[in-house]
Design a protein around this ligand. Structure first.
Ligand code: SF4
Length: 135
């Protein structure tokens, strides 16, 4: 699982406020990317895929790095699933964000809305959020 930094949504009740700032955490290096690819290729500890959350993986300033990583996952780790959580809505994505979403399998979209919080939900915190099984 990769938690990225940077989120503009400011949801009340956010579970991970420390990731809002783009410069929180530590810089994502080529070595970090190589490690993720190597872990996904590791046959001794099989992994189903990669999960991207945050912060927001679709924050405009994250798109280039996330896209590069996902293009490598697609090319070098066949058969692995990629899940992503974002505060943006699928039908409101920019063209650049859509290009990244083309590279994933499942998108859980929408802001967290405290009034719609439901602990019984699977994979999402509030009932407005939607699980899109894309491919
Ligand atoms: S989109 Fe996610 S990380 Fe961003 S403020 Fe909302 S709950 Fe927090």
């Amino acid at each position: 699982m990769l938690f990225v930094s940077g989120c503009v949504h400011e949801c009340r009740g956010c579970y991970n406020k420390s990731t809002w700032r783009l410069d929180s955490g530590k810089p994502f290096t080529p070595q970090d990317e190589d490690k993720i690819i190597a872990d996904l290729q590791d046959e001794l500890i099989p992994r189903q895929g990669l999960t991207l959350s945050g912060g927001d993986p679709l924050h405009p300033q994250n798109l280039s790095a996330v896209r590069h990583l996902l293009e490598r996952v697609q090319a070098e780790c066949p058969g692995k699933n990629v899940w992503m959580w974002t505060g943006y809505k699928l039908d409101e994505l920019t063209a650049d964000q859509q290009q990244v979403v083309e590279l994933i399998n499942v998108l859980v979209d929408g802001k967290f809305v405290q009034e719609l919080k439901d602990p019984a939900l699977i994979w999402r915190g509030s009932s407005n959020q939607v699980i899109h099984y894309l491919r």
